[in-house]
Design a protein around this ligand. Structure first.
Ligand SMILES: [Zn+2]
Length: 171
């Protein structure tokens, strides 16, 4: 009995601490990345600057939310062990350990490498609601996330190869 009571108190404190942080913030609005208040690490560049650093295909996909054609990207069929990074800013996005063959023609992952590196936002561009995935650091368009993936998450991160660079595992 004493043990149970002793455990209750820290839990209550924890609950209060979480409560004081407030509910999870509202979905971040990034429709105006240049104006939105940003975290210190946020990378903001003009289209001209991005154009100078990226290939035309990378620019269209990451900065203009274009979609590469299925089965044409560099990584849709890649199986090597390593990590996938944002082509614009180098942020870690996915591990090859969560990559799987979805059959859709784009690199597909069932999880992100670290929560917070990718942010989501509603995308109504095609008339149906989809969930866009975006690099949290530089707002690069990556692709979309769907709820038809495998366990344990049930998610399918459907990503353009053009938005990523691959770094092989070192061992
Ligand atoms: Zn990025």
């Amino acid at each position: 009995m004493r043990r149970a009571i002793q455990h209750t108190i820290p839990l209550l404190i924890l609950a209060a601490a979480i409560g004081s942080c407030g509910a999870r913030g509202p979905e971040r609005r990034n429709s105006d990345p240049g104006i939105t208040p940003s975290s210190p690490e946020k990378i903001v560049k003009s289209d001209e600057e991005w154009k100078a650093e990226l290939t035309p295909e990378q620019f269209r996909v990451t900065r203009q939310a274009a979609t590469e054609r299925a089965f044409t990207g560099k990584y849709w069929n890649a199986k090597d062990a390593g990590t996938y990074h944002c082509v614009c800013c180098g942020e870690e996005l996915f591990s090859s350990s969560t990559k799987y063959e979805s059959g859709c023609g784009w690199p597909s992952f069932y999880d992100e490498i670290q929560q917070g590196n990718i942010i989501t936002r509603a995308d109504h561009s095609t008339g149906m609601l989809r969930t866009e995935i975006v690099c949290q650091k530089c707002d690069a368009h990556l692709g979309h996330v769907f709820e038809d993936g495998p366990e344990p998450t049930g998610l399918r991160y459907c990503v353009n190869s053009a938005s990523m660079t691959f770094r092989p595992a070192q061992d």
